[in-house]
Design a protein. Structure first.
Length: 290
């Protein structure tokens, strides 16, 4: 399989617990039954793109355990090429997620096998035929920065989902075709929540997309910016919605859409996702969007 979209990122098992409220320091709060589902920012992004019909591969790592097999099965079922998913001698990453009745979540990630993904894994074979590379930051930063640099050298369009927020080099920011952030990540990069998001381009990327939750997204390009509204929906679980947006955005860009058109599709995908529970199981197919 020759992948048009290559995702460089994590694969985690999500352990999701519904709670009425999150515990404070030193406090114990009872929750509902734990639900196990496949997740991780990289795997989520790949599955979202795969369900939309994109030719997509994941470069990642899992452990030789039941969680790793769960993830491999979910990726394969969504049409994701898993030949570059390594099995390593560390446990599969786990995300511990609490979800409150309003659908908001808080997440603690134990990276496990994801930490084993190295710059040496970004080979010519992995990059061959790729049109769009999309990366996120639950894997080692040096690996992501190396992947971005290699993709840039080969003329591959590069999208970085700066999540979780981390300090990336100016060289990496300057190599990006699209910087994808939410409002909090934009504030982290710009040093204040009051900064004009259009100044994200001053950091080096050729374009930026700021996701705004229920308000949709803001697309920022050199000569223009555009607001993309989200359909009105009742959210039950926002877990993985940002990753679904990233996967849909990358899939549309690989298919030749403009950045605004890609963001419009990604907003629709994310809106469907938050009306369902879980991450990967909540992602819509292309037929569901028709």
């Amino acid at each position: 399989m020759s992948a048009a979209v290559l995702v460089v990122g994590s694969a985690n098992a999500d352990l999701v617990v519904p709670v009425d409220r999150r515990p404070g320091g030193g406090e114990t709060v009872l929750g509902g039954d734990t639900v196990l589902s496949p997740g991780g920012k990289g795997a989520n992004t790949a599955v979202a793109a795969g369900k939309l019909g994109a030719a997509v591969a994941l470069l990642g790592a899992v452990g030789a355990d039941s969680y790793g097999q769960l993830l491999r099965n979910s990726l394969s079922d969504a049409g994701v090429d898993t030949q570059f998913v390594r099995t390593v001698e560390r446990p599969t990453g786990i995300a511990y997620i609490t979800v409150t009745p309003d659908g908001e979540n808080s997440i603690l990630v134990s990276p496990g096998a994801n930490s084993a993904l190295s710059p040496a894994d970004v080979t010519d074979e992995v990059l061959d035929g790729v049109r769009v590379l999309v990366a996120s930051l639950e894997v080692p930063l040096p690996t992501v920065e190396h992947a971005v640099a290699r993709a840039r050298e080969r003329g591959i369009r590069v999208l970085l989902n700066l999540s979780p927020a981390a300090e990336v080099s100016p060289e990496t920011l300057a190599a990006l075709d699209v910087l994808l952030v939410n409002e909090h990540e934009a504030a982290y990069l710009l040093g204040t929540p009051d900064a004009d998001p259009r100044t994200l381009l001053d950091l080096g990327p050729r374009a930026a997309v700021v996701t705004l939750g229920a308000k949709g997204a803001l697309v920022i390009e050199v000569d223009k910016s555009a607001s993309v509204e989200s359909p009105r929906v009742e959210a039950v679980d926002t877990t993985g919605a940002g990753d679904a947006f990233a996967g849909a955005l990358a899939a549309a860009l690989a298919d030749g859409s403009s950045l605004v058109e890609a963001a419009q599709r990604a907003v629709r995908v994310a809106a469907v996702t938050v009306t369902r529970h879980g991450a990967q199981p909540s992602y819509p197919t292309a037929a569901e969007l028709a």
